[in-house]
Ligand binder design. Structure first.
Ligand code: SF4
Length: 468
């Protein structure tokens, strides 16, 4: 890739973009072996003000498992990390730690924060490799059954807490493997697919039953589940692409981020390709990804691996406002992505065969701050043309159409998010008393760790409701 989207001559990335190349301390000191992990963990001062634990959405007892890791007690550390986190080996890999636990580490301003995410990943990988598995032999079964709809991080963590309390749990998912977007949305170069297969085996050994390739609303109705189970948890996520002001009609060469990523993963896993998510190979294409979140970074990095001729990321706001995690932006930049900020695509341009040949875009500036984000203000007379044959829209996601939520009625807001009260007597209960919900379907697209926290908290609500 040796040209940029504004012309054939190579241009250096803008100065601002270079700033994001600073590699975080955590990447330099990623512990790959026991000695590294012990050294990193022993840097913890046990400062007595565990800001890191409060910044973690799961309030993981970080300083305690760091101490165990420093002492070489890997099994004990993994055991403890499972008390608050149902997917610690996953969160250790995909959490934006620089915005969460590691941001709050008191060493951040001096020698650099402890590599908390990497250690969480290490202790669990190492414990699994040694054959350690959660031990539930002391748990007595209770005579309750709960159905979980969706095997993503919210559903899995809800199932994990319930099974640890003796509840019989069955998880339904339309995909052939568990994980939801962890398996099908996050590319394999970022999260190894074997991890979720290992997780399914661990959860199955713990007693969780999975009914995969089973779509609620098509293969089984909500009514049937309500008749057969004492409670239901819905964690189906949000899959509908947000298109902003862009035209909604389908154009050859314009793709949505999730179907593109999902089909690529299914292709790599040699699973049947679904009709709604056809496989797209961007080899030798000029690709522009619209958006500035982690999904946009997944798209640019996937396109690069497919052999795209040129890959650019256009973001509507400035670099500082980009929601993607620093390490993902640094990776995308290092792999050859060109970043352009304060540019908004307004129109697709097609040829006579209705194939994309370019886009019109305007330059923008940050406007008023609203709900913590700058509004996008287009600059007058700044419209220009960019030649391209491929656009991937990665503006974020809204709830997809789930008509099965209408009978019996599960109340939703005007955007389609399920209304589930986090602070009610039974946290995360919906308008149907037996139905609970959590994760992206109640709060909109958010982090994996937030979905894990919702699933765990909803499980507490279900246990209260079932009087377990
Ligand atoms: Fe940090 Fe995420 Fe682990 Fe919490 S779950 S300690 S935020 S890496």
């Amino acid at each position: 890739m040796n040209s940029n989207i504004f012309g054939s001559q190579r241009r250096e990335p803008p100065k601002k973009a270079l700033a994001i190349r600073k590699i975080a301390f955590t990447e330099i000191y990623a512990p790959d072996n026991a000695v590294d992990a012990q050294q990193q963990a022993s840097r913890c001062l046990s400062c007595g003000s565990p800001f890191c634990e409060w910044r973690c959405p799961l309030h993981n007892p970080i300083s305690k498992w760091l101490r165990l890791a420093a002492e070489g007690k890997i099994i004990e550390a993994a055991e403890l990390s499972h008390h608050t986190n149902s997917l610690p080996e996953i969160c250790g890999r995909v959490c934006p730690q620089e915005k969460l636990c590691e941001l709050a580490c008191v060493l951040n301003d001096t020698t650099g924060s402890i590599t908390i995410g990497h250690i969480e990943r290490y202790i669990n990988d190492a414990a699994f490799a040694m054959g350690w598995r959660p031990n539930l032999s002391h748990i007595s079964p209770v005579n309750k059954r709960v159905a979980i709809v969706g095997a993503g991080p919210a559903g899995l963590s809800c199932a994990d807490v319930l099974i640890r309390n003796g509840v019989n749990v069955v998880v339904f998912d339309k995909h052939p493997e568990i994980g939801g977007l962890l398996t099908f949305g996050i590319p394999s170069f970022k999260l190894e697919k074997e991890l979720m297969i290992q997780r399914r085996e661990i959860f199955t050994e713990m007693g969780i039953q999975f009914q995969l390739n089973t779509e609620v609303g098509i293969d089984v109705s909500l009514d049937e589940l309500l008749c057969s189970y004492d409670a239901i948890f819905i964690g189906t996520g949000t899959y509908q692409a947000i298109r902003g002001n862009l035209p909604k009609k389908s154009i050859q060469g314009v793709f949505e981020a999730l179907p593109y990523l999902i089909a690529n993963t299914r292709h790599l896993m040699q699973l049947p390709i679904s009709k709604n998510e056809p496989y797209v190979n961007l080899h030798s294409k000029r690709v522009i990804v619209l958006g500035g979140g982690d999904t946009a970074m997944d798209c640019v990095r996937t396109a690069i691996r497919q052999g795209a001729k040129q890959v650019s990321c256009l973001y509507r706001r400035d670099e500082q406002s980009m929601p993607a995690s620093q390490k993902e932006v640094a990776n995308a930049l290092e792999e050859g992505t060109q970043f352009h900020f304060n540019i908004q695509v307004t129109e697709f341009v097609v040829n006579e065969q209705q194939q994309l040949i370019g886009v019109y875009a305007t330059r923008t500036q940050n406007g008023e701050l609203e709900n913590g984000r700058y509004q996008v203000e287009p600059l007058e007379d700044s419209t220009f043309f960019i030649e391209t044959d491929t656009i991937i829209v990665a503006y974020g996601f809204a709830p997809h159409n789930q008509t099965w939520l209408e009978k019996p009625l599960i109340k939703r807001d005007k955007y389609g998010h399920i209304l589930a009260n986090r602070n009610s007597r039974f946290p995360f209960q919906t308008s149907q008393e037996k139905v609970f919900a959590g994760g992206d379907i109640i709060r909109g697209s958010d982090l994996v760790v937030t979905a894990v926290a919702d699933g765990r908290n909803a499980a507490e609500g279900i246990l209260l409701f079932l009087e377990v």
